[in-house]
Design a binder for this molecule. Structure first.
Ligand SMILES: C[S@@+](CC[C@H](N)C(=O)[O-])C[C@H]1O[C@@H](n2cnc3c(N)ncnc32)[C@H](O)[C@@H]1O
Length: 293
């Protein structure tokens, strides 16, 4: 005979409400928990270094083409100064430094920065790596090129994006440019709301221990924002990680830039310089400051 279920308590119901609760767009910022947690940062580093995957970093062939294009497009030479925000383990920074550019890399993942520093030492490259949150980082001096690669711009709230661009603007040389990529509205249209859960969701990505992982995906139509909200419940702790993504059309990005002192100089298909088509899931832009040459 099947035993009747015990009456789940009111607190369990309240927990489920919290799991399914829909926050305001960009209400909670938890990017640091995702990238710097002892366990998940290990998984992230493995993804960065897997040259066959487009996870955490793009595949290695793409990175090679991208660095070649950046060098060509921005005439990078031994005198050039480049800053890479969210540099991860330095896949772009090391290649740019190899071309002779003076490179600064900023990332808040201790694991990635430590890997990047060791790699630079082994390769005999002098790269100025900083373990820091780029949202409250003030670099030294002026740069000819600032990069923010793999749609990191989209993970920031409108206020964070604007503050970040204002900070970059203070540190661009007169001819300096910014290169960043973003998710497109075509990709947004493919997204749907959903709620699911699974034991050890993503095959142990979230913890070395047993856990239940809930994934609630929210779609904010007016703002063109998607939230993947993860609730990870282990026997000893519960965490919630909010992965926000802003999706853009070229016009939306143009409008947003109006208040920042930047304008779009060129729209591209990606940060490797391929041509732009609106159907793509991502696109890239070269930005110039209103005060630039
Ligand atoms: C998607 S990965 C891209 C890494 C690198 N740009 C690449 O394409 O290989 C995002 C990186 O940005 C870093 N990051 C995210 N938010 C950050 C923040 N607020 N401050 C500093 N680093 C950040 C993460 O640690 C991670 O290394």
């Amino acid at each position: 005979m099947i035993e009747p279920l015990p009456n789940f308590s009111a607190s369990f119901y309240a927990d489920l409400e919290r799991i399914n609760d829909r926050p305001e767009p960009f209400e909670i910022y938890t990017a640091k928990d995702l990238w710097t947690d002892e366990h998940t940062s290990q998984q992230m580093l493995a993804f960065h270094l897997n040259g066959e995957l487009d996870v955490s970093s793009r595949r290695i062939e793409f990175i090679e083409v991208s660095v070649g294009w950046l060098a060509d497009r921005f005439k990078l030479s031994s005198g050039s100064r480049v800053i890479d925000f969210g540099c991860g383990p330095g896949l772009y920074a090391s290649r740019l430094a190899n071309l002779g550019a003076a490179v600064t890399g900023v990332d808040f993942s201790p694991r990635s920065i430590s890997y990047a520093r060791k790699q630079a030492e082994q390769d005999g490259l002098e790269i100025d790596y900083h373990e820091a949150n780029y949202l409250d980082f003030e670099p030294d001096g002026k740069f000819d090129l600032a990069t923010l690669i793999m749609c990191d711009f989209c993970a920031l709230s409108p206020e964070q994006r604007s503050a970040m661009l204002r900070m970059i603007d203070r540190h661009l040389s007169p001819e300096g440019r910014v290169v960043l990529d973003v998710h497109s509205l075509s990709a947004f249209e493919q997204k749907e709301e959903s709620a699911s859960y699974r034991k050890n969701l993503l095959d142990g990505f979230w913890s070395p221990y047993q856990y239940f992982g809930f994934l609630n995906t929210f779609k904010y139509d007016p703002e063109k924002v998607i939230l993947d909200k993860y609730t990870i419940i282990e026997p000893a702790r519960t965490r919630q990680i909010y992965n926000w993504l802003q999706y853009f059309s070229v016009e939306m990005l143009e409008r947003e830039l109006e208040s920042t002192g930047f304008e779009i100089e060129e729209v591209l298909g990606d940060v490797a310089g391929r041509p732009f088509t609106p159907q793509q899931s991502e696109f890239a832009v070269v930005l110039k400051s209103h005060y630039c040459g």
